[in-house]
Design a binder for this molecule. Structure first.
Ligand SMILES: [Zn+2]
Length: 163
């Protein structure tokens, strides 16, 4: 608990030290990117928002996932909302995750997830960030801790988180 508390304080200090020119406070969150960096794949008016919980996908971009269900593209704020959709018993095709390094989508089957690092989680206390390149995942792990695992293991942890 103390650790979590310290992380929050350090996080607040870091936010406090950021450049003042930033137009939105939200852009200082680790998950956030600028609007032109985010790839939004849904063919709806609400493409900027998570298909399940409605959270802003630009704000939570670095944990974003996407998948196709019955020819419709869905984008989620996190592996948690993807898992929530799977919980309805649907089959999601072509699941992808944002690679934290390149900010491009990569197949979840090829991604390396760093689970439980010091970086904040989305919809969870246990954070999960994905990388296309194992070396980048290892670099992230060295800096922020956590465990490297594949999509299915990360999904199993996300499932436990929820229930
Ligand atoms: Zn969501």
């Amino acid at each position: 608990m103390l650790k979590v508390y310290l992380a929050v304080i350090i996080g607040l200090l870091l936010v406090g030290c950021g450049p003042e020119k930033e137009p939105h406070v939200s852009s200082k969150m680790f998950q956030s990117v600028s609007e032109n960096e985010a790839v939004l794949v849904q063919d709806t008016k609400n493409k900027r928002y998570c298909a399940r919980c409605g959270m802003d996908l630009v704000k939570f971009y670095k944990t974003s996932h996407s998948a196709t269900h019955k020819d419709k593209k869905y984008q989620y704020c996190s592996i948690h909302c993807l898992e929530d959709h799977l919980g309805e018993g649907v089959t999601l095709k072509n699941p992808k995750v944002v690679d934290v390094d390149s900010l491009k989508f990569t197949d979840t089957s090829k991604a390396f997830y760093v689970v439980g690092s010091k970086k904040p989680g989305t919809m969870s206390r246990i954070s999960k960030y994905a990388f296309a390149d194992k070396k980048m995942a290892e670099k992230f792990q060295k800096l922020y801790g956590g465990e490297i695992m594949d999509f299915n293991h990360a999904l199993a942890i996300a499932r436990k988180d929820f229930r």
